[in-house]
Design a protein around this ligand. Structure first.
Ligand SMILES: [Zn+2]
Ligand SMILES: [Zn+2]
Length: 901
């Protein structure tokens, strides 16, 4: 198994500590079936043994040395054991002990005893009968003898052989690998008592492939659909809309471009990030300054848009044919498919930068080729029986097989939205052609949909990149595959796929749009017609909510639309809801789209699509954003890294003018009283040496109070910029002009002014364009600070939106920010005070503080105490991390407890 393939050195998926805490029994239960520990494969005993073990130094990384020996006295309790010694002093990444598995039956995994020297990681590889190798990281090697189970599933990676990620039993050899992750380059791993975990009976499903069509609709579905078109208003409207679109498009030309296209991400002005406009004579024009761009990559994007149109039309024409049997649609579909079939292999492979020899043919990357292939496969399936055997062969060998073999299958990604599209293309091709190998790869392979669902969807049901855009992108791909699987009798809708439908419903703002966190635009759930499918498959009335205000004339509305819609459950008028795995604390007060809604984002970094924004928050009220996240602008310009991903682009804390580190914060406490809803979060390691704790408290439904506590763990003072992005335009602010600087994000700021010398500032912003309906931001701090105001980037560099930065140099600081969510004539009033412990000690403001906020006739007192000090409040001692009291503003009839109101 000494194949020359790098082994990734990644953080352990489980550490042994976790394994021990969970217990071997629980791990076995998690496998979902009963299992027994089977026969010993090798206990290293006996003087005359056939020793099948061998050593390999992972020679694709040069420099590792080591050996594997069987040594008396070195095994468990002084028996004979295996010793894999290593020396990474001169380089190398791993060493491995290889063992030919003598067992020829089904085997679910191995159990062994293991111990080792500090910090190195254990990984396992097995090779199956086809020569395919499967690999996974097991965890950090424990210092003491520990029994561990390594099930033969949940692989990190596979390669070699048919390269489809499908393990064929039995494996013929095994390798135990020490991956160099520890502090000391030399040491050893000891192993003993290697056993097999007995295999369950082969669980591979027998597929029942129906006659065509079988990817989007069965023949029975088609009969149902014809009936629904007669009876249901929704189905009829969607059908008529489909007919109108197809009629219109067929009258225009149905020409397949004779060349490949380029990704749409290029179609933005490099300077302003605005989408270009296509004009005659090969001109691509920036709408902001009228600058004309010519040539590549822009010309190829226009070509891609033509392919994109056909990608949309082919399944629509084919669906219309399946419903009506009108030959016009058959001819149009057939013509598109056969033209691609004859053209495909002659289109040169090209990548995102136009470089030849890699990428894709119709498009510039395997992802887009997959999305296109899915549509073509669905179209082909609907007319499959109307094609002659020769035409079917042309389609199969013309583009289906070449797209899979040259472009899509070799492009491995692990758990990734892109891989979900690759899977859909591979799987749909398998179902169309009746190719079981392709089906198994797409469904059960290492990178298959089951693996994506098990590892790519968090406990809240959110896709792991933390972007609702990619969430739906992955979901669309998975449902294409799940539909075809369903028609073959394989139900993928049980489990995490359902939670992918419900998670956005929980995270949505009161107007049904989704927060533009990480790389995502602000999506409107009413435009997510995937809920037509969700409601049809799950029958869950909650999934009707996005459809209530939807257009319902899409292809999905036609295929799946439930009519009439069930009544979705009403949202509760006041709630604090936590999506713990995603890291959202959502405060909501009020009814319907008018509600006030706040979301604090403290969770995991989103990887490639993440933003550096721990403890940032956004605020919504009455159909508009009051504090927003700009989402992401045009990719492939400087703006994503220059602005959108930066900490400065968020309502967050910037330390020393630098971006936060990728990291994960945590929720410390919530406050759920009728008149005050709150969450207290910790930015975690993202803010480096500054401990940043933030309490966001929604008072009533019109006032947001945010308390930021900042403290340097090393006692050194630093520049702290607390940043706010009110939506709209400035109508009143203070200070004298200031020039910008070049730090991350800051160079995109304009119209800067600086005011200084005070401990409180109020600025006013109003709606665009007139600046009417004013709202205030009032910032109060415990020491003098500067206030910098200006404009930042919105949808493009010329879309200017207000930014306010409260700047202080401090090692410990507290800031209260009050934001009126409704238009107001007067600024809210607030103050900030020290906390005193039960023992009479004054706590530094960066660790705990009291704030007082006067809102109309009421005075709110909020204590923010993340470390849980015993804090004296008049005759009472408070230990809560976040607490609130309310009393009449004139001081009479003081209520000791806000909760009793
Ligand atoms: Zn421009
Ligand atoms: Zn963002």
């Amino acid at each position: 198994m000494n194949r020359r393939r790098p082994t990734g050195v990644r953080p352990a998926r489980w550490t042994f500590l976790l394994l021990m805490a969970v217990g071997i029994g629980a791990v076995a239960i998690a496998c979902g079936r009963q299992r027994l520990y089977g026969r010993v494969l090798d206990d290293f005993e006996g003087p005359f043994r056939l020793d099948g073990w061998s050593f390999d130094a992972g020679t694709e990384f040069r420099g590792a040395r080591g050996r594997f020996r069987i040594v008396p006295g070195e095994g468990y309790r002084g028996s004979r054991g295996g010793v894999l010694s290593y020396d990474f002093s001169d380089g190398g990444r791993y060493v491995q002990a290889l063992y030919p598995l003598p067992y020829r039956g089904s085997i679910d995994g191995v159990r062994l005893r293991v111990r080792g020297d500090a910090g190195q990681e254990l990984a396992l590889r097995i090779r199956d009968t086809t020569g395919q190798v499967f690999q996974k990281t097991v965890g950090v090697i424990p210092a003491r003898w520990t029994d561990i189970d390594i099930p033969f599933r949940d692989w990190d990676e596979s390669f070699g052989g048919p390269d489809d990620g499908v393990l064929r039993m039995p494996p013929i050899s095994l390798a135990l690998m020490v991956v160099h992750t520890g502090p000391t380059p030399q040491g050893a791993m000891w192993i003993d008592d290697l056993r097999r975990i007995r295999g369950a009976r082969d669980s591979s499903r027998v597929l029942r492939l129906q006659p065509h069509p079988r990817l989007t609709l069965s023949q029975r579905d088609l009969r149902d659909l014809r009936r629904r078109i007669r009876r249901s208003g929704v189905a009829r409207a969607a059908f008529e809309s489909l007919q109108r679109e197809c009629d219109r498009e067929l009258r225009a030309s149905i020409q397949v471009p004779r060349r490949g296209g380029q990704v749409e991400h290029w179609y933005a002005c490099p300077t302003h990030g605005a989408r270009l406009e296509t004009k005659s004579g090969g001109r691509h024009v920036c709408p902001i300054d009228g600058r004309v761009y010519r040539g590549e990559p822009y010309d190829s994007v226009v070509v891609a848009l033509k392919h994109k149109r056909l990608r949309r039309l082919a399944p629509r024409f084919a669906t219309l044919y399946a419903i009506t049997r009108d030959e016009r649609w058959l001819r149009a579909t057939r013509s598109i498919l056969l033209t691609y079939a004859d053209l495909y292999r002659s289109l040169p492979l090209h990548d995102l930068h136009g470089a030849p020899g890699r990428g894709a043919r119709v498009w510039a990357q395997p992802l887009d080729e997959s999305v296109w292939l899915v549509a073509m496969l669905q179209a082909a399936d609907l007319i499959w029986t109307d094609l002659s055997p020769g035409e079917r062969k042309r389609v199969e060998t013309g583009f289906i097989r070449p797209a899979l073999e040259d472009v899509i299958r070799p492009a491995h990604l692990r758990i990734h939205n892109i891989q979900c599209w690759h899977n859909a293309a591979i799987g749909l091709a398998g179902y169309l052609l009746g190719d079981q190998r392709l089906i198994r790869e797409a469904i059960d392979g290492v990178r298959g949909i089951r693996s994506q669902l098990a590892r790519g969807v968090n406990q809240d049901g959110q896709w792991l990149e933390g972007s609702w855009g990619y969430h739906f992108y992955a979901l669309y791909a998975m449902t294409h595959l799940a539909e075809a699987a369903r028609l073959a009798g394989d139900d993928l809708y049980r489990g995490p796929l359902r939670s992918m439908f419900t998670a956005p419903l929980r995270a949505a703002m009161p107007d049904g749009s989704l927060p533009p966190f990480n790389d995502a635009p602000r999506l409107d759930l009413a435009e997510r017609d995937i809920y037509e499918l969700g409601l049809r498959r799950f029958g869950d009335p909650a999934m009707a909510a996005p459809l209530l205000h939807a257009d319902r004339t899409s292809l999905r509305a036609l295929l799946y639309g439930v009519d009439p819609l069930p009544k979705p459950p009403r949202s509760t008028p006041a709630s604090v809801s936590i999506m713990a795995d995603s890291g959202y604390a959502i405060l909501r007060k009020g009814e319907g789209a008018d509600a006030a809604w706040i979301c604090v984002k403290y969770g995991p970094y989103g990887g490639d699509h993440g933003h550096l924004d721990k403890n940032s928050l956004i605020a919504y009220r009455r159909g508009r954003m009051i504090l927003d996240d700009p989402g992401v602008g045009a990719y492939l310009t400087n703006l994503p890294f220059g602005w959108y991903k930066t900490t400065l682009a968020h309502n967050a804390l910037v330390v020393e003018g630098q971006n936060q580190a990728p990291g994960m914060g945590r929720l410390l406490a919530t406050l759920d009283a009728d008149a005050a809803l709150g969450a207290l979060t910790d930015a975690g390691p993202a803010t480096g040496p500054i401990r940043h704790r933030r309490a966001a408290v929604l008072l009533g439904d019109g006032l947001l109070a945010v308390v930021d506590l900042m403290r340097a763990e090393d006692g050194r003072s630093r520049w702290l910029d607390l940043v706010w992005h009110p939506e709209g335009r400035w109508v009143s602010r203070q200070g004298s002009p200031l020039s910008g600087d070049q730090r991350p994000g800051y160079r995109y700021l304009r119209d800067l002014r600086r005011a200084s010398g005070r401990t409180a500032y109020t600025v006013w912003f109003g709606d665009r364009p007139a600046g009417d309906r004013r709202r205030a931001v009032r910032m109060v701090t415990d020491q003098r600070a500067e206030l910098i105001t200006g404009t930042g980037v919105g949808a493009s560099t010329e879309d200017r939106t207000p930014i306010a930065i409260l700047r202080r140099r401090a090692e410990s600081a507290a800031v209260l920010t009050l934001i009126s969510l409704d238009p107001a004539d007067r600024a809210p009033i607030g103050s900030i005070d020290r906390c005193v412990t039960a023992g009479g000690k004054t706590i530094p403001m960066g660790q705990a503080c009291w704030v007082t906020v006067v809102d109309g006739s009421r005075r709110h007192r909020i204590v923010v105490n993340p470390d849980g000090f015993p804090i004296r409040d008049r005759a009472e001692i408070i230990r809560r991390q976040l607490d609130w009291r309310s009393e009449p503003a004139d001081g009479s009839h003081a209520h000791p407890r806000g909760y009793s109101l």
